[in-house]
Design a protein around this ligand. Sequence first.
Ligand SMILES: [Zn+2]
Ligand SMILES: [Zn+2]
Length: 404
Amino acid sequence: MGVRDDAEAIAPEMVELRRAIHREPEIGLDLPGTQRKVLAALDGLPLEISLGTALSSVTAVLRGDGAALGGDAGGPVVLLRGDMDALPVTERTGLDYASQTAGVMHACGHDLHTAMLAGAARLLAARRRELPGTVVFMFQPGEEGHAGARYMISEGVLDAAGQRPVAAYALHVASAEWPAGVFSTRPGPMLAAAEVLAVTVHGHGGHGSEPHHAADPIPAACEMVTALQTLVTRRFDVFDPVVITVGSFHAGTTDNVIPDDAAFLATVRSFSPEARQRVRESALALVGGIAAAHGLTVSAEFRDGYPVTVNDEAETRFAASVVAGLLGEERCLAQANPMTGAEDFSFVLEQVPGAFLMLGACPPGADPATAPNNHAGDAVFDDSVLATGAALYTELALQRLAFS
Ligand SMILES: [Zn+2]
Ligand SMILES: [Zn+2]
């Protein structure tokens, strides 16, 4: 039987695992229940398993017997990644396996990634005899803003097999935009760099009727918000775009009191290392200049950054060819533009060439153009893609190791 048939044969257990994880979602770097479920799913497979210390990650290494034929001890290494964390979202799907934890939901489909990766571990373990190398399965907590991938890298996931992977792959499901079972990817920038710009304008509080005796931070902070938009449109190439959105702005307590401080937070997205560097420098210079022009001071910094997710040209071509071979040409779309979302798989791709692919998981009967998006409380991801995703992970590893 081929990989697709084998993946279909284990679909019921993947569905069961996915739904169990969906029912009990966990947020951030510490996902003990999810980790337990993953370990139970991998139990009995010929894997070297290590657990994270700073986070509840699972790293599993599968060494193929086929590697001995190549001469290179252990053969080449391929890394497959699935993230495991949920979001602080209240689920409104009404599904019978909906979240049982108030205010927490697998609204980004990471429960599917976890189940698909566990399925791929089973499928590849069954092919261990002919596997011409080693596969590292990276079960990662804390993708949603916690930089879990960076922690796993610092704890050695890229060296888990004893040598660096030649390639790394990750899949991400989408509840909208693409029909179920259709992949989409592109070489080069795939997802944006994202970081938080945190600004606090320091003035001096006073009576609202006598602003000349105070140093009012609010007008200056407002000027910064609009000037940041002008910065985007006047200083950056429209074909190497930048997005700045001020999503939080706080100052003052009442109408007639000038506050000491005004603070705002912005998300800053960019698609090239050059634009990322330049927006950091120019945004800090801008807010500093505006504060100084009004005789105020400002504290401003960039934090919690994810770099641009850059797909390797050759690995992306290879991954698209694997999709075409497995499912047909029409199942892998050449994506025109990068997405403005961000991914901490970018930290892996900074060190290992690889590819990140989107996988449509829009439920049957729903229109991908209008279905609720990832992160929505009513986003639904269809279980039918679990076998597809597990089969692709498996084929990527098998074929990439055979090429090396
Ligand atoms: Zn997400
Ligand atoms: Zn996600």
